[in-house]
Write a new protein. Structure first.
Length: 215
């Protein structure tokens, strides 16, 4: 029988190192040995947080983060069905539309948030980067989402967030979704100023805010 602590620690390590196949196999072991879906998921999301920290300290670069995200996704493909089997209401019903504001192509932080949200059991629709506000609105209507999240690293792009609030009101969806923002140019004060429902400085914050807004 595999050792729980060692297996989960090794799983996290392989995700950080971006070794997808090894992360997949260790996820299999953890689930087969009944180490717990929650424990397995925590090891995986904690690893992605480390990756985010390494990127913030410029010890990791885009290729590193992408390989780690791929390793996470490999393992999460095994975990997600277990989340649904557990009967978690949040895993089944809370939908998030997320993307980077138009005019901004910096999406590495968004990728980590997507991974963390999926790891937390949310159903995530990732629109990508340089996304027009109209595309966010269309996706909200299409998916009947509970949360919409926008990020912006460039200071020239955060005006899109203010414009989104007005457009969402005009489209009749502002009162139907919780709106959260993040990214290098966004601040808590700016979120309050434009009438956003929440703000997250880190990927971990984004998950916590999303959980709080939909609890």
């Amino acid at each position: 029988m595999a050792n729980k602590e060692e297996t989960l620690a090794e799983l996290g390590k392989k995700i950080i190192e971006g070794k997808a196949e090894e992360a997949y196999k260790l996820t299999q072991v953890s689930l087969a040995e009944n180490f717990g879906v929650s424990a397995t998921l925590t090891a995986m999301t904690d690893a992605m947080q480390v990756v985010g920290d390494l990127y913030a300290r410029k010890e990791y670069f885009l290729p590193n983060v992408l390989t780690s995200a791929n390793a996470f996704e490999k393992g999460f493909a095994l975990v997600q069905p277990k989340l649904l089997e557990s009967g978690s209401k949040r895993a089944k019903t809370v939908k998030v539309v997320i993307g980077v504001c138009e005019g901004d192509i910096h999406d590495i932080g968004k990728k980590i948030v997507v991974a963390m949200l999926r790891g937390g059991g949310f159903e995530v629709y990732d629109l990508g980067r340089d996304i027009a506000n109209t595309e966010f609105i269309d996706k909200i209507k299409e998916t009947n989402s509970d949360i919409v999240a926008q990020s912006a690293l460039m200071s020239t792009s955060i005006t899109e967030m203010k414009d989104f609030v007005e457009l969402a009101k005009e489209a009749g969806v502002r009162d139907k979704v919780k709106y959260i923002i993040g990214g290098g140019s966004a601040t808590k004060e700016f979120a309050e100023k434009i009438g956003a429902d929440g703000y997250g400085l880190t990927a971990q914050d984004a998950v916590k805010v999303s959980e709080k807004l939909t609890s």
